[in-house]
Design a protein around this ligand. Structure first.
Ligand SMILES: *Cc1c(COP(=O)(O)O)cnc(C)c1O
Length: 393
């Protein structure tokens, strides 16, 4: 099929929920993708932070294929060693106590929201159900996670939205304290707002949230759907802030390309969710668990994490001398670039034409390269970006 045939069929048979770049990707290896016409692209996106090990990593492919030919799915009516081993690994890495396995970021966040409300209901009774999130946050596309998302543009059309959320100005401790009323059961934040434009929270604010939460038995929950699984140079971004949240949610990079999410909670919350209060048909699917186990076995060593930080630094240093770059934000290999000409969308589209896949977030350019990207691939991608940035300035 040619690109135009694919594009026409997409238009005819699929709901128009996505604004897509003009290319159809059909294969890939490492940080290089190929389109339907055989053209190659350096990939600085990893499918929005999903393909942690790049395209079709040998070990990952083996783990997935082996599991697919052993046992592809069982219901959650039965025990699964793949689920238990993955959960044990996640607890060991995070210091958390228990795990719920699901299929996406929004679902992991739904679980966090349910834990917060049930914990408070069990202990304090009805009426203490409000969850504070941050203005400019992103927590997903279900009706409830849209409510949790602190951006007005997401609060349209689908009324009525789930009640019980209020929004705090990021990095504003005063606003947090004003909104932390008696009916609040949790504060839920991204430590680096990803979709909101790669905005890291300040250490002071995060410590403040942690301490006011623990003083009033309000849960401190972090959405690490984008920042988690070694993206920022630590397995979990909360380690960079020297805090230990009550709840952590994961998805994107966890499965290395298969859909899996996880909600982790600490000891205090380990028994909040009981049989019948939550569940999902596909959650903890053996193939997805095998993929996640392979990812964790590869991206969590000290040496690997140092490499992620080093590559992030290398990219930053190369970007800092580049035309049209006015600010660089983020941590590790989660990088946002403010452009002088405020033309990120045009730059990203031009990059695709020139063989580079790169993301945007709000009016920024955003990079989430596969964690295993080589310096050679980085150089190749940056040289394409550089020439596009020069053309457009
Ligand atoms: C992508 C994202 C989500 C939503 O994840 P889905 O898998 O698309 O449901 C939630 N929170 C954050 C921080 C994200 O980046």
């Amino acid at each position: 099929m040619t690109f135009n045939e694919i594009k026409n069929d997409e238009h005819q048979y699929m709901m128009h929920t996505y604004g897509r770049f003009d290319t159809a990707l059909v294969s890939g290896k490492g940080a290089t993708a190929k389109d339907a016409d055989g053209k190659e692209y350096i990939d600085f996106t990893s499918g929005i932070g999903v393909n942690s090990l790049g395209y079709c990593d040998d070990g990952w492919v083996r783990a997935v294929c082996d599991q697919a030919s052993t046992l592809q799915h069982i219901s959650n009516l039965y025990y699964s060693p793949l689920q238990t081993e993955l959960s044990k690994k996640l607890c060991g890495l995070s210091g958390m106590d228990k795990v719920f396995l699901c299929n996406s970021g929004a679902e992991a966040n739904e679980c966090a929201i349910k834990i917060a409300r049930k914990y408070s209901f069990d202990k304090y009774g009805a009426g203490r159900q409000k969850i504070l999130t941050l203005i400019n946050s992103f927590h997903g596309r279900t009706v409830t996670t849209l409510s949790a998302t602190g951006q007005d543009v997401f609060h349209n059309y689908f009324f009525p939205f789930t009640d019980g959320f209020d929004y705090v100005i990021a990095d504003n401790a005063e606003d947090l304290k004003n909104k932390l009323t008696d009916d609040v059961c949790a504060v839920f934040v991204e430590l680096i707002q990803g979709e909101g434009g790669v905005m890291p929270l300040s250490r002071e604010f995060v410590s403040e949230v942690a301490s006011v939460c623990s003083e009033s038995d309000v849960l401190f929950m972090v959405d690490e759907v984008q920042t988690g699984i070694s993206r920022t140079g630590a397995v979990f971004c909360f380690e960079n802030y020297g805090i230990r949240p009550d709840v952590v949610t994961l998805a994107k990079g966890l499965g290395g390309g298969l859909p899996i999410g996880a909600c982790l909670c600490n000891e205090k919350l380990g028994n909040v969710m009981t049989a019948g209060t939550h569940g999902t048909t596909f959650g903890g699917n053996p193939v997805a668990c095998a993929a996640a186990a392979e990812v964790l076995s590869r991206v969590t060593s000290e040496d690997f994490l140092k490499e992620v930080s080093a590559k992030g630094e290398y990219i930053r240093s190369k970007l800092s001398g580049m035309n049209n770059v006015s600010e660089i934000r983020g941590m590790g290999m989660m990088i946002g670039i403010v452009t002088e000409k405020d033309n990120a969308k045009a730059v990203a589209a031009e990059c695709v034409k020139n063989g580079l896949l790169i993301l945007t977030a709000k009016n920024l350019l955003r990079m989430l390269p596969p964690l295993t990207i080589t310096y050679e691939e980085i150089d190749k991608g940056l040289s394409i970006l550089k020439s596009v940035m020069e053309e457009n300035t």
